[in-house]
Design a protein around this ligand. Structure first.
Ligand code: SF4
Length: 381
């Protein structure tokens, strides 16, 4: 099957892929000795799987589980609280639209009440501006000259958009950054550990992230864990082809890394973007919401760029493993949903207390959050 260069294909190809999956699955299941759990890492993959009804096309014994690929879902409440505090103290906070409604811990802020999100802080008079990109915040902050911070959440995909203006010296002195960027390969290692009792047998690696870090970043998965991995695009045929490749590799007993998304992802990735990130940031242990600290999974500003670090500038302590405490609201099962250990429908609050209109937990906020995807498009069946 050679569909690597295609953006869209017709129904006949989809039917053929589904037929191939059904043909190879029993051989793979026999070889593995039980159900085959395939993790789709990325929130956009989960969106496409649900939107296209791909789970309903899977043969018995092949299970697709969503992974930790939603950056808003895993942003620790600590940093949301800090952004809320800034906004209420008159420092302007710029943020992306999906982080605007992200709940923090809901702790009280003086006489300003208990805003749970930047949206609520703004309703209480806080200074919050939603921007489409970091460069929009740069332009806005330059024009207004107001003391401002940018809440920078995201994975390797959004980190270069912050790093490049910093390295190129176009960020004004009145704008600092709460740097909550996180790295994806380390969280996949962590996820494997948490699935030790019922192992993940295949990984659909994230297409957007891989465009930056390169397909090579996932080489460790088949090498160290013996798990077939396919870097995939986001159309239905991309995902079906990735599933077919994973099952075929399992049937053969030869786990490898395949780049199905060659029309976008190169082996080396975007080396210019990587250089920008490396120039201004170093890799550090970092907290993930509901999970705690994951080794070498975050980015911290290097000394040269410290003056743009909002935490440093305002004398706010960085979160440490000793100080981190469980930061999901009571009853929310986002930590398990994020790791693919529970489905959104396993959460008793799903579509009762917690809906896309009134998100209670972080996985219901962003369009990439698994709970939000399942809520909006009718579950994963
Ligand atoms: Fe958390 Fe809401 Fe998802 Fe439950 S449905 S896990 S409360 S985000």
């Amino acid at each position: 099957v050679n569909l690597y260069g295609l953006w869209r294909v017709d129904k006949k190809v989809i039917d053929r892929l589904v037929e191939l999956i059904h043909r190879v699955a029993p051989i793979a299941i026999r070889r593995v000795g039980g159900t085959i759990k395939i993790m789709d890492f990325c929130g956009t993959h989960e969106h496409s799987i649900v939107w296209n009804g791909i789970r309903s096309l899977m043969p018995e014994g092949v299970e697709l589980v969503a992974g930790p690929g939603c950056p808003v879902c895993i942003t620790p409440a600590y940093y949301v609280d800090i952004a809320i505090k800034f906004a209420l103290e008159g420092i302007r906070v710029y943020t992306y639209g999906d982080a605007y409604r992200l709940p923090g811990s809901g702790r009280p802020f003086g006489d300003k009440g208990r805003p749970r999100s930047l949206e609520e802080a703004r309703a209480l008079g806080g200074d919050v501006v939603v921007v489409y990109s970091f460069m929009d915040a740069v332009k806005h902050a330059k024009r207004d000259g107001k003391e401002s911070v940018f809440l920078a959440v995201g994975f390797e995909t959004t980190a270069p958009a912050v790093a490049a203006p910093l390295v190129n010296g176009v960020v004004p002195e009145n704008l600092t950054i709460i740097n909550v960027h996180r790295l994806t390969p380390p969280i996949l290692r962590y996820t494997f550990e948490r699935h030790r009792n019922a192992p993940i047998r295949g990984v659909i690696a994230p297409g957007h992230v891989s465009a930056v870090i390169g397909a090579k970043a996932w080489e460790f998965v088949p090498r160290e864990y013996g798990v077939p991995t396919v870097v995939a695009g986001f159309e239905a045929h991309d995902i079906l082809l990735a599933i077919f490749h994973i099952l075929a590799m399992l049937a053969e007993g030869r786990p490898r890394l395949i780049n199905e998304y060659k029309r976008v992802v190169r082996w080396e990735g975007n080396t210019v973007a990587q250089r920008y990130i490396n120039e201004c940031c170093e890799v550090t242990d970092a907290a993930w919401r509901g999970l705690g600290f994951v080794p070498q999974s975050g980015l911290a500003f290097r000394d040269k760029y410290r003056r743009y670090d909002a935490m440093y500038q305002y004398g706010i302590k960085e979160l440490t493993p000793e100080e981190w405490s469980y930061d999901l609201p009571p009853g929310c099962r986002c930590a398990e949903v994020t790791l693919g250990l529970a489905k959104p429908t396993d959460c008793p609050l799903f579509m009762k207390v917690c809906t896309p209109g009134t998100p209670y937990g972080p996985c219901m906020v962003s369009i990439e959050g698994t709970c939000s995807v399942w809520a909006r498009f009718g579950g994963g069946g």
